[in-house]
Design a protein around this ligand. Sequence first.
Ligand SMILES: Cc1ncc(COP(=O)(O)O)c(C=O)c1O
Length: 345
Amino acid sequence: RIWMAGSRHVQGICDVLAATMKRDHGLDVDPLTDFAICCGQSEAFAAAIFAVIDPGDEVLLFDPAYETYQTCIELARGVPVYVPLDPPSWTLHADKFLKSFTRRTKAVILNSPHNPTGKVFSRAELLIISQACQQMDCFAITDEVYEYITYDENKHISLASLPGMQERTIITSSLSKTYSVTGWRIGWACAAANIAAAIRNIHVKLTDSAPAPFQEAALVALTSTPDYYESLKKDYAERRDFILQLLKNYGFHISFKPQGSVFVFAELPKSWQISDIDFVTNLINNAGVAAVPGRGFFHTDADDQTYHHRYVRFAFCKSDETLKAAAQKMMKPVKSNRKNEHVTK
Ligand SMILES: Cc1ncc(COP(=O)(O)O)c(C=O)c1O
């Protein structure tokens, strides 16, 4: 197989990705110039940040957020500025968002479908983001790793497909979630040719190249037929519903049903006198089941942060057997929370 000189990728992978961008988002991208093939979305994102963020530049992120973005921004000596999404549905509040821009704002980070909440940003919300990016002359850097994992009527829309956005958006994504191969480390950034060239330069310094055998495998995966993506959604929707029912049975009140991704961000029942950390510690110690305390995803200093300690993220990207076993094991420790229930009037 030929490596494309200077680009460090196997022949054909960018053509397949360009065809996918056209098919899924109507985007015309040049396979010869507009991609950097990296070691997962993680490296693509880091390289994108290093390519466009100068020291002192501000970068807007929505809170709660997946935790690696901030580190990359800080490594580039940029300044993360969080804009809270409003619970329970993690709504984008246009006013708060627009007020967060300053002369130093260089980029907006958008992760949709969203980790940890399972939110899929609506077209109306994307319009607010796209108009602000254009007015303030900012980049958008998207993380679309859960692009094919959406539920019910929710559809993933790539921000780059909105009018005026393609030239200022850096799309990052990967094989990891769509093909359940998180260890294979194949991802990409897709951007205007000059930005993609800068990202490739940084990629070569960071890791040199993504693993060639897995790039070959990517060529096969990326040409999967539509029924693959349909069954992916269907399987995950069943697992989501299983976990939601389980949590309801255990006393959780689910105020926001995940629209995409593989997570339920569940609020602890108001009557349980227990924090997210105590709940998760109890679950690990007494059931051998791991979840993530919600506070790890929050960064803002809102006046009322009490809800920051009231969420737990459950991941359902596991086999049916594992989910059923977890359900069994959780029964006892969760019941003990209910026993200690504080009676609210
Ligand atoms: C939102 C989000 N982005 C990126 C990643 C990492 O992706 P990759 O394996 O392609 O580096 C994860 C993994 O959990 C994630 O949840």
